[in-house]
Design a protein around this ligand. Sequence first.
Ligand SMILES: [Fe+2]
Length: 243
Amino acid sequence: MIDIHCHLLPGIDDGAKDMPQALDLAAHAVAHGITHMVLTPHIQPGMYNNDHQSIQQVFELFRQAVQAQDIDLQLAMAAEVRICPEILPMIAAGEIPLFVSADGKKTILLEFPHSHLLPGSDNMIAWLRKQGIDCLIAHPERNKEVMGNIDKLLPFLNMGCKLQVTAASVAGSFGEQSRLVALDLLERGWVSVLASDAHSLRRRPPELEAGRKAAEAVIGLKSANDLVVAEPQAIVGGMFASA
Ligand SMILES: [Fe+2]
């Protein structure tokens, strides 16, 4: 399985605190059937002041440590980017690492605030698409405004945005409301990818299988498998020698 949203890189956001924790998470992912991970630390100006360079520095250290430990996990790096006006000049300057598909298509993993859909988000997404960048919206099933009315996602879907639902939401780990919204999104066929959004072994571990299995009960085996293999591969296939 391919996990394209997780916070394993140590010490640069609210994910793994140090290298031993990060390595434990990597080993846990492999033990739970994950073969490829794109590491996506937060970029949120004022809160998590990461950029391409700061992420790459930690990424290289982590990749070496994973190899040294003989953990059989293919790694790549991108970011989970909080939507706000400050990110636009960063993107224009190439300071935000993006997903890259096998044919070179770029995609940004975008996070809305948890409480609401930021006014003007549609304008920012239109600007991104003008730069040739597709948008994958992170865990909409955990956004309060979407939880109140799933149709609020329609303008973004109509602009070509894809949706990433967190596997643990489908499995019920974030409560009944998130689970029901996640199931509704799956039933509507609006979900492109399941990802772990792993932060720690205790709080959101790097696992996809429980969510994949819960999704299978709703959309069937092939579609559920696609959410953790073919669909993420279509988005990040250019980032791995073999995905
Ligand atoms: Fe995340």
